[in-house]
Design a protein around this ligand. Structure first.
Ligand SMILES: Cc1ncc(COP(=O)(O)O)c(C=O)c1O
Length: 386
């Protein structure tokens, strides 16, 4: 029996799905969605907040601030609610509606950026916005998951050792790359471990993380529009890139066997299956990390209209375009595509902030970003009630 009094203290660390019966190849999927934040981001969020507490930078006046495509925002919302901090999440229009609603339910403020920056996409626009907030009000404490070493250390201390305990004969580990916190923490852990484990990063086509050309990416979680500062490629053996259409197909395949996972799990599973097919090594012990579950993706990955509008009507049909895609290729750069950009902004009562804000230095004197008043009303004062 587990009995807790703070929601962030519980995490199921030892659950794996054996995908052989579902996919026909040996792959163990580590399920990170069974905690009150619903994702792997519980671990870095907890470590970053506790490090800030130890450093004395959090006071009762403080407002935690973070840029997130969703799951880190939910984790911080939960931790802030439990510890009595205020929290503002800066996200963008790709963030799932249900994820935004979860953050609001937990008492967080949510600002949604609707226009990407010309050079750094949505991420750059979010970071510019966060920087502007910090320069305007010193009560904001930006945890900065993209640069904070506690992000990867959380996985060095927890995720990596948990996998090693469960799979002492591990050969290959597949890890999706967003901030690269999970990737770098696990990769560093296994580099220092007693056995050599092959670390394969899985990224989305259109992400620039491993040097590819930027392109449209509609699914939150994986991929970056600027190079992740935490990444040290010397710890990564290979990078596999996955088209979002393949991600969708993998998610639906798993769901039809009763496993409803999030979008980036579909990416990681798709990339891992390609890698395993290309290496044709039946005896390998392989683990992939599933960052979250599928319920937050019901209006996107699991919604026929959304899927067909973005990826074509036949994407889920046997023999559709993704099925005809080139055989598995291990790449140092992605298979590039340049589809037209369709920004499917979904609001559902959550206020959005946009268009893209200017860089901090160019903020007009006296102007301030719009804020969510927390009750659905707009407020144009910065730092209100913080
Ligand atoms: C859905 C999802 N995909 C991918 C990732 C990638 O993780 P990281 O930011 O550690 O690279 C995360 C992180 O929590 C996630 O929640």
């Amino acid at each position: 029996m587990s009995v807790i009094s703070a929601p962030y203290t519980f995490n199921e660390e030892d659950l794996y799905v054996d995908l052989r019966p579902v996919l026909g190849r040996g792959l163990y999927l580590k399920c990170e969605g069974f905690n009150f934040a619903g994702s792997i981001k519980l671990k870095p969020a907890t470590e970053m907040v506790e490090a800030a507490e130890r450093a004395g930078v959090l006071t009762p006046r403080s407002v935690l601030l973070e840029s997130s495509s969703g799951n880190m925002g939910v984790a911080l919302s939960m931790i802030a609610a439990s510890k009595g901090y205020r929290f503002l999440c800066v996200t963008d229009s790709r963030c799932n509606l249900s994820t935004r609603l979860v953050m609001k339910a937990l008492g967080a403020q949510v600002h949604v950026i609707t226009e990407p920056s010309a050079e750094g996409g949505f991420l750059r626009a979010r970071i510019d916005y966060v920087r502007a907030l910090c320069s305007l009000d010193d009560r904001y404490v930006w945890l900065s998951q993209y640069t904070n070493p506690e992000n990867w250390r959380a996985h060095y201390r927890r995720t990596g050792p948990a996998i090693a305990r469960s799979f002492p004969k591990l050969d290959v580990l597949f890890v999706g790359a967003g901030t690269t916190g999970t990737l770098m923490g696990c990769a560093r852990y296994f580099r220092h471990w007693h056995r050599r484990v092959r670390i394969v990063a899985v990224d989305s086509v259109g992400s620039v993380t491993f040097g590819g050309a930027p392109g449209r990416r509609m699914l939150p979680g994986l991929g970056m529009s600027v190079c992740p500062p935490l990444l040290d490629e010397s710890y990564v053996d290979e990078a596999v890139h996955v088209e979002e259409a393949d991600t969708i197909r993998a998610c639906h395949h798993l769901a039809r066997r009763g496993f409803l996972f999030g979008g980036s799990t579909g990416t990681v599973v798709s990339g891992a299956m390609r890698w395993l097919a290309a290496h044709d090594s039946p005896g390998l012990t392989a683990v992939a990390i599933a960052p979250d579950l599928g319920e937050r993706y019901l209006e996107t990955v699991y919604q026929a209209n959304w899927v067909e509008a973005l990826y074509g009507e036949d994407v889920l049909l046997p023999g559709g375009p993704a099925a005809d895609a080139a055989p598995p290729v291990l790449v140092s750069g992605p298979r590039v595509r340049h589809p037209s950009r369709r920004d499917e902004a979904r609001t559902g009562g959550i206020r959005t902030v946009g268009p893209g804000r200017p860089a901090p230095g160019s903020w007009p004197a006296g102007s301030a970003p719009l804020r969510d008043a927390g009750d659905g009303r707009a407020s144009d004062t910065v730092g209100e009630g913080a």
